[in-house]
Write a protein of this length. Structure first.
Length: 79
C-alpha cells in the first residue's frame, strides 16, 4: 500500500515549505552533534545506555521537525 501527501499547488509554496523544513532540520541537527560529542567523552562501560539514548535523540531530531513542517504546511495552505 502506498501513501501520498498532498503537494502544494504552487512552486513558491513548495519552496517555502522546503526552506522552513531545511532550517528546522539544521537546528535540530545541533542536538545530534552535541550528543555525539558527549558520546566521545563517555567511558566504554556506558556504551549500552548511550546507544539507547542516542537512538532516542536521533528519532526526536528527525520526527519533531517533520511534524512541525506538516503542521506549518497545513496552516499555510489554508491561508
Amino acid at each position: 500500500m502506498a501513501f501520498a501527501f498532498p503537494l502544494p499547488s504552487s512552486r513558491s509554496s513548495a519552496y517555502d515549505i522546503n526552506s522552513y523544513g531545511g532550517r528546522l532540520l539544521a537546528k535540530w541537527s545541533l542536538l545530534i552533534v552535541v550528543s555525539e560529542a558527549v558520546g566521545l567523552l563517555l567511558p566504554s562501560t556506558a556504551y549500552p545506555a548511550y546507544r539507547c539514548a542516542i537512538f532516542c535523540v536521533l528519532l526526536v531530531s528527525v520526527v519533531a521537525p517533520l511534524i512541525r513542517v506538516f503542521i506549518w504546511a497545513g496552516r499555510s495552505e489554508r491561508v
